[in-house]
Structures are given as C-alpha cells and as structure tokens.
Design a protein. Sequence first.
Length: 486
Amino acid sequence: MSAKSRIVRRSRKKGRGETIKLVVKSNELVEARYMFDVWETRFFLSLIAMIDKNDDDEKIYRLWFKDIKTNFKLKSNQSYSYLREAAQSMASKSVYIGWMNDEFRRGRMHRIIRFVDFLEKGQEGKKGAGQQEYVDVSIDKDIKPYLLDIKKNYDPKTTRYTSYDLRNVIKLKSYGMRIYELLKQFEYAGSRTIAVQDLKDMFEITNEYPRFSNFYQKVIKVSVDSINKYTDLRIPSVEKIKQGRRVAALRFIIESKSDKEVSVLMGERDLELFDHVEDAAAEPVEKYTPSDILFNEYEEVVVRSFGVTPSTFIKMLNSGKYTKEAIEQAISVTRRAKYQQQIKSNVAGFFIKALKEGFTDVKEESKKKQSREKQRDAVLKELRKLKEQLSTEINNRIREITEKDKKITLQVIKTIREDALTGGIVIKKEEELGRILEIEDFRKDGQLRVMVITGIVAQQKAHFEDIYDKLNPKIKQLSKQFDEMV
C-alpha cells in the first residue's frame, strides 16, 4: 500500500519563465476519504513541496505566508490568520485510506502533522510581525514514508500515481480540486465512472445533500464548470447512470485540451485573433440563480469554516432576504467575534443570527463610513468634472458666437447697465476706479464676466440647448445623489 504525495519542480525555458510545479500523488491518496478546505490544501501542498527523502525525521519545515500568496496568486487582502487557522486544523486531521488484506478490505487512518508552531492571534499588529508570518511544521514520522520516494517517468496505465501541474488547481475550490484529481487519474482512458455514494464518502459529505439534484448542482456541476474553465482537462458531458429511479453513478467523459489552449490558460502565451478555444460544459449551460452564485462564492467560509449545513445556507439564500453585502458583513463580524473569543462553541449559530439580525460592530461601522465617504467623494469629483465641462463648452460656444458678431457683447453690456440690480454693481465699480468701465474690464473682472456670460446665454438660448441637453441631466442626477449622501 502506498499513499505517497510529492510536488516535483522542473524548470521551463520557454514561455514566460514560470516554473512548472508538478504534483504527483499515489492513487490511494487521490481516492482517500478526506476533505481539506482551500487554505488547508494550500498548506498541505506547500508542505509536501519542501520534503526531501534525505530529511531527518525531526526536521522542522518552515512555510512562509508570503511564499504561499505568491505561489497561489492570492490577493493582497489575504491575511496570515488564514494560514494559522489552516495549520491548526491540519494538526488534528487525518486521512482515511482503504486497502485490501487478502479478501477483506480494511481502512487505515493516517495523521499528517506532529506539531505546528505559529504566530499567536493579536501579534500581527506589532512592529516587525511581518518577519514572524510563517508556520513551522513537524510531520508525523509514520506518515512521512507515504510522502516520499515518488517514481518518475511513470506510465499511468501501469503505475499507481497521478500527476498534474499545480497551476491547474490554484483556482479550484475544494470539491473541484478533488474531482479534478479523480478525473486526471483516468485522463488516459477518456472516461471514468464513479458511484455517487463513493464520491460522497471520499468527500466526507455522506449526510449532506440528501437530494441528488442539490448534490449535482452544488458539487458536481460547479466543479466541472471550473475544471473546464481553469484546467488542462475538458469534461464535455457527465452521464447520469440510474438504478431504477435513483441516480447511482456518474460517468465523466474526459478530454485533454490542446497544448495551445493550456499555454493560454497558464499565461505562457496570449490568445491570438484566430485561435479557436472550445468552451465545453458538463451539460447544456444552465443559468445560475442569484442564490446559486452566492452559495458558490461563500460556501467555503460559511459551510466548511463556520459549520453551517449546506441545506440551511441554501434555504436562507433562497429566501432572497440577504444581499452579498449582508453576507460579507455577517462573515466579518463572525470572524472578529471568533478572534476576540466572544463565541464559545456554536460558530454556525452565531453566523446565522448575525446574518438574520444584521449584526454589526465598531470596525464594521467604520468600514461602512469609509465606504460611504469614498462613494461621496467619487460622486463629488464626477460632479465637479461635469460642471467644469459645462463651463468650458459654454465659453467655447460664446467665443464662436462673439467672434462672428462682436455686437452681441456690446448689446449684453448695455442690458447689464440698464438693469436696476446689475447696473448698480457696474456704477459702484466705476466709482471705485474713477472711470467708465471698458469691454476689457468686463473680461477681467470675475463678477462682471459671469454677468456677461449669463446675458449672452439668455439672449442666444438656441445656441446652447445642445450643450445643456447633454450635460444638465447628468449634473442634476449627480447633485441629487450627492445631496442624499450628505
């Protein structure tokens, strides 16, 4: 029996200089019973990549958070707490591998980690904490033989190993990665049939998704769509094999994508104008409902991390009461409550209540305030930009009109002098200067200039209608939006 798993790196000269990270796993491990979440998987693969067959049993492996972010192309908002939580949970996890003893099938549980050493909660904010953002790991010596001594240049038809480039799975979620490995194992055969119950056993979700339709939509279809989009495999169809009225097994058709398609996916070359890349789906594409999209996006944290059952989360989403923003707020509040040890045991219950009742806290309110201020500033910036554009276009139009007919400016100044209000302003300025105002004064003085512009626009309305029709509705809309934000 062997449950070996190892990442082997070999350099690649062509393309953009990226390094292929080859994952090789024994088929027993591919088919073992376990389910790691996304960060546990990143932790596990990063750890395996560091093991060498000559390592001492007591060797400590150091996993740097910054290296994991780079290898898995993570966004900057990912924090060290994800790696710490993954290390803590992996320290207590094991994998179940079935094996044959004569005519009997037996199972063996293997622990992976002997201990982990990590930066404690609350230490991240201290000076120099970035130099401490790593996890030291010691591997259980009984599992170590199963992580070493991988054979190279193997034939998938005759050996017990499955190989793939790590870059194929960095965008897959937990179920998608497991299904990818199971199908990659049979890529050479072109198809694989797997019993539905076996899949549930492997993924440790025996009691979840009692209805096959939910299991298929939430686990199989989503995973196959991701495999088609992000990996070197194409799954053009999934056949449902029935026993009576019950779907007992699934038959996956497996195709390999062309080298050109894979190169585009891996970022080694750009898609050219006349490249043809097939976009296969497991079945005719079905539209996802809003609740499907939300479930797929937040399943990892809500179901697998907080422990909310899929059926409960699906039911809440199907109610249509909860927006993406509300879910993210409940997640943030729950995470902080866990961090501050305000939740004793029932994290799932806390999250459900937080979502239903709209729990908030000081940090969340601060975040909302900053978001509102940012939106208000953006609206104000756009409003000023439009008003400047309006002023510029009006001035340009006035210049065109007055250059053609210079009498227009003189007529407007005459009207200004004759008006009781504006004429009073002109008289006052003339008294201050001790002389009669000239046309140049009306150009240079800001107050007088505005009066002239207003007069020309009023007298020549038809020449400015197109400008106002184009910009005024946008200015009014943004002004109203800004007033509502203040």
